[in-house]
Design a protein around this ligand. Structure first.
Ligand code: CA
Ligand code: CA
Length: 493
């Protein structure tokens, strides 16, 4: 990476063979890194009084302590090697890419030949690092010009704690990342936890066996933006019930709600069917009209809404592109996901991504959602850009939701005590009638339960106790005595 635009950078979608990108400084090849002229100011020559700031940064998967480094000038044109090579440079190390420790520097190197390699020393005692910054402050020529290096080589020792499971304590379902003299652990996609003591598997919805997009039922009685919806009933053990998908946009080869799917239809039910989106299988979604690319002036608003039969806390979501290398440009590069209750009222944004380009066929990318925002049963995925510059159809091959199902809890206790064991409490009234309470110490919703009514009950003979006759004469003995058997089912709203 670099803080300065480089020579020949023509496209964000690919690196040209003659491009002088930062990666060319670390490839052991003659092709090097060149900044884009003097348009980015800092490529200061010897005759200038100031200093430049061209940063060339390398992030390494292993941790490194290096004692020397070799800088090689460009090898194609001697007058450019003499003018553009770094005359003054600072070298820094970091474990996070933001906090830097100076490891070495040189200055006054104004004489560079064609493809000349010069070796400088660095302080290897300052520790292990994963980020290395080479800050070019002066170029070798007199005038301000582009800065160029053909290659930079680090010579030192390498530490890779993550290479051996005996040297780190990450969970088996976590990924280890070297960080200086230590390492970090993060649970893999589909798992949640601290990465060390636990990474527990998240629930996936819709379940992978819910059925391909063309097995869902078109339903003209429920519409979204005047477009019919599609549903599928699932009876498995995970989040069972009716799943419904809604979109606000016509899709490719769309047929009517009373008509069978066409051969090359791309319905929104294909987004949530767990099947790879392939031609003629109705297993993915493609819009009928072109949608904005990354070069467009404004975003699209292509909605794919999944209504789920259970309340679900979303931790992650996996987006899969459609099958076919040429079609991958249709995959979303920008998307957000929001949650709501019953697809009505307020939508809460749970996550988003942007700049996701260069998809390969059938690739899956997983993104994090904010699981602290609560449980929802409607999830709206809004696709805003496709993954190429120009407009084209937008495709979503599949989306899987990773999270936890929120189960309903019954507030119904056989051990709370019969109604006559509750305490009468004239200090708390309801419509002028005293109430009765019971302190419950069970595991679900422990604390004080209070029962109340707006009318006096049968045979209430004392404020202080229940009389033996305090029972309904004209009704079954359970009607009024067993206050503790009232049953409510609560769910989160
Ligand atoms: Ca090179
Ligand atoms: Ca699919």
């Amino acid at each position: 990476m670099s803080n300065t635009v480089w020579h020949g950078d023509a496209s964000i979608y690919s690196v040209a063979s003659d491009e002088w990108s930062p990666s060319s400084a670390f490839d052991k090849q003659a092709q090097g890194y060149v900044t884009l002229g003097t348009t980015n100011a800092p490529n200061t020559g010897q005759s200038s009084s100031g200093e430049g700031n061209v940063e060339l940064v390398l992030h390494t998967p292993c941790s490194v302590a290096f004692s020397s480094y070799t800088v090689t000038s460009r090898g194609d044109q001697s007058h450019l090697a003499a003018a553009q090579s770094p005359a003054k440079m600072g070298v820094y190390g970091s474990t996070d890419g933001s906090s830097w420790t100076e490891l070495g520097s040189y200055s006054g190197e104004t004489s560079w030949g064609l493809g000349e390699a010069k070796t400088f020393s660095a302080n290897s005692t300052l520790g292990l690092f994963n980020y290395f910054k080479f800050d070019i402050r002066k170029v070798s020529g007199s005038s301000d010009t582009a800065a160029c290096v053909s290659d930079i080589e680090l010579i030192g020792v390498v530490s890779d704690l993550c290479a051996d499971s005996a040297s780190h304590n990450c969970d088996g379902n976590a990924t280890c990342t070297n960080a200086g003299s230590s390492f970090t652990c993060a649970c893999n996609s589909g798992f949640t936890g601290d990465g060390v003591s636990s990474c527990s598997a998240l629930t996936v919805i819709p379940p992978s066996d819910i059925g391909r997009g063309d097995t869902w039922t078109k339903d003209a009685t429920v519409t979204h933006n005047s477009i019919y919806t599609l549903y599928k009933d699932y009876s498995g053990s995970v989040c069972s019930g009716r799943y419904r998908v809604k979109t606000n946009t016509d899709w490719f080869a769309q047929t009517g709600s009373g008509v069978a799917f066409s051969a090359n239809e791309w319905p929104p039910s294909g987004i949530f069917d767990g099947n790879i989106a392939t031609n003629n299988e109705k297993s993915g979604f493609v819009t009928g009209l072109p949608q904005p690319g990354t070069d467009a002036g404004s975003d699209a608003d292509v909605q794919a809404i999944l209504q789920t039969p259970c309340l679900f806390v979303l931790h992650q979501y996996a987006v899969q592109g459609r099958s076919g290398a040429g079609e991958s440009i249709q995959n979303p590069s920008k998307m957000s996901v929001s949650g709501s209750y019953d697809c009505s009222g307020t939508w809460t944004e749970l996550g988003s991504f942007e700049g996701e380009i260069n998809w390969v066929s059938e690739e899956t990318r997983t993104f994090r959602a904010d699981s602290t925002l609560g449980a929802f049963n409607c999830f709206r995925f809004t696709a805003k850009r496709i993954s190429q510059g120009a407009d084209s159809h937008l495709a979503i091959g599949d989306i899987q939701l990773f999270g936890t199902e929120e189960t309903n809890v019954a507030i119904s206790y056989s051990d709370i005590g019969t109604g006559t064991s509750w305490t009468k409490d004239p200090s708390v009234t309801y419509n002028g009638v005293k109430t009765v309470y019971k302190d419950y110490a069970g595991s679900v919703c422990p604390g004080r339960f209070r029962a109340m009514s707006n009318v006096e009950w049968w045979d209430d003979n004392s404020w202080y106790s229940y009389g033996s006759a305090e029972r309904p004469r004209a009704h079954s003995s359970t009607t009024r005595r067993t206050l503790g058997s009232a049953v409510w089912t609560i769910s989160r709203t």
